[in-house]
Design a protein around this ligand. Structure first.
Ligand code: GDP
Ligand code: MG
Length: 163
């Protein structure tokens, strides 16, 4: 069976944009309105000869009740349960938030591989935008721009190395 990789993170950090970037087509719909994802959530992706199933967990929000931190927590618990590896996406423009801290606390408890990915980094000179995420205790933050495709190849190299 193909390994399952889940993208988790707060609404609006760019989960669907990264999902589309990795699967190579506009599959999930990206919305400016936080937390909105329609269409398909599961897609097969391939990198460096490795095939895996990628899950955009944000879309699961729609069927769920409750506030955003609560929904994000459930989404993360589900991902830890069902995925073989987790991409934890945070927003380098917004910076570290309390919800990111909560999610990190949950992810630090799993033995499954977790990659900490800082999205919306279009200028790699501004290291402060992603190095602050070291504080989450999940290892080295990987800066990417899902929208521009910057550094996403490096992210995928690291991902397939842990699958
Ligand atoms: P989701 O709610 O986590 O699925 O986030 P979306 O993928 O829907 O993106 C939310 C917003 O962030 C949209 O307005 C995107 O265009 C924007 N966005 C996503 N990735 C990037 C990026 O790499 N750079 C910038 N500047 N904006 C991005
Ligand atoms: Mg989405």
């Amino acid at each position: 069976p193909k390994p399952v990789v889940a993208i988790v993170g707060r609404p609006n950090v760019g989960k669907s944009t990264l999902f589309n970037r990795i699967v190579g087509g506009r599959v999930a719909i990206v919305e400016d309105q936080p937390g909105v994802t329609r269409d398909r959530l599961y897609q097969t992706a391939e990198w460096a000869g490795r095939t895996f199933t990628l899950v955009d967990t944000g879309g699961l929000d729609l069927a769920e009740a409750g506030d955003i931190p609560g929904r994000v927590r459930r989404q993360v618990a589900l991902a830890i349960d069902e995925a073989d590896a987790v991409l934890f996406l945070v927003d380098g423009r917004t910076g570290l938030t309390p919800t990111d801290q909560e999610v990190a606390a949950l992810l630090r408890r799993t033995r499954k591989p977790v990659l900490l990915v800082v999205n919306k980094i279009e200028n790699f000179q501004r290291a402060g935008e992603w190095t602050e995420f070291y504080r989450l205790g999940l290892g080295e933050p990987i800066p990417v721009s899902a929208a521009q495709g910057m550094n996403t190849g490096d992210l995928l190299d690291r991902l397939v190395a842990v699958l």
